[in-house]
Design a protein around this ligand. Structure first.
Ligand code: FE2
Length: 256
């Protein structure tokens, strides 16, 4: 496959996080998955995100039927607790609640019969209801399942957003599934920690290649702990992110 490089050469050498404004993938709802263990841990991350220039975060706890069988009912209470703590601490950060769905039969059932937890994002005049989805890390999802998920989501007016598209090792050699995802209207996000090299050179290279192809709409913290917030901070000198922003591919501004 031939990778293209559509970006302008002249781009700022540093990233202004205040330009991104919103982070759309994080695990800060206290005590519900492998993210923030409690309100204090979440508050530390929120404070640091504010210091980087962020003004809003979409919190996306895992929904996996085996490991984290979350639902709107299990998430709303802990989310409200965090909202209250942020307000009481006077931290200027807006928080919204969505989820990160593992692509499996349960997710498909939620799409067909349930109430998916989504968040809104404007692309020009068009408003998208976004649903964050992830593949398993070890085995490629069945292509028929991926096609069904795209179809069912779009039938409901939902835009599927694939989390950390660079982190699936089985797609590094042949990203045909990502091409299919893109061609059928799915959106993609990468993790800041991948660009910072936290998962090795192959994953970092994959993130860059997906960005260079124009597939990526969001660079996310995927913050489970402070290590991820620091990875985001380390991107302050990332030419890749600066070029991606200069090329107008970021949709972070669509959050408000
Ligand atoms: Fe995540």
């Amino acid at each position: 496959m031939k990778w293209s490089w559509p970006w302008r050469r002249e781009a700022p050498a540093s990233v202004k996080f205040s330009q991104l404004g919103w982070d759309v993938h994080s695990h800060l709802v206290p005590g519900v998955d492998d993210g923030a263990a409690d309100v204090d841990a979440a508050l530390e991350m929120v404070r640091h995100m504010v210091s980087l220039g962020y003004r809003g975060m979409v919190l996306t706890p895992h929904i996996m039927s085996d490991l984290y069988p979350n639902s709107p009912d299990t998430l709303r209470g802990p989310f409200d607790d965090l909202i209250q703590a942020v307000q009481e601490a006077g931290i200027p950060m807006e928080l919204r609640l969505a989820a990160e769905y593992l692509m499996d039969a349960d997710m498909l059932r939620t799409l067909k019969e349930g109430e998916p937890m989504t968040f809104s994002c404007d692309e020009g005049q068009r408003r998208h209801e976004m649903m964050l989805m992830e593949f398993g890390f070890h085995h490629a999802p069945d292509e028929a399942l991926v096609k069904d998920a795209l179809f069912e989501a779009q039938t409901r007016g939902i835009t599927p957003l694939l989390a950390h598209c660079e982190r699936y090792p089985y797609l590094h050699k042949s990203p045909a599934l990502l091409e299919l995802w893109h061609e059928r209207g799915g959106w993609m996000a990468v993790n800041a920690a991948s660009l910072a090299g936290a998962y090795g050179p192959e994953t970092r290279n994959m993130a860059k290649q997906c960005m260079e192809r124009g597939w990526v709409s969001f660079v996310c913290s995927d913050a489970h702990g402070m290590r991820h917030v620091r990875a985001l901070e380390s991107l302050g000198n990332s030419r890749t992110v600066a070029r991606w922003m200069a090329a107008g591919q970021s949709l972070h501004g669509g959050l408000g």
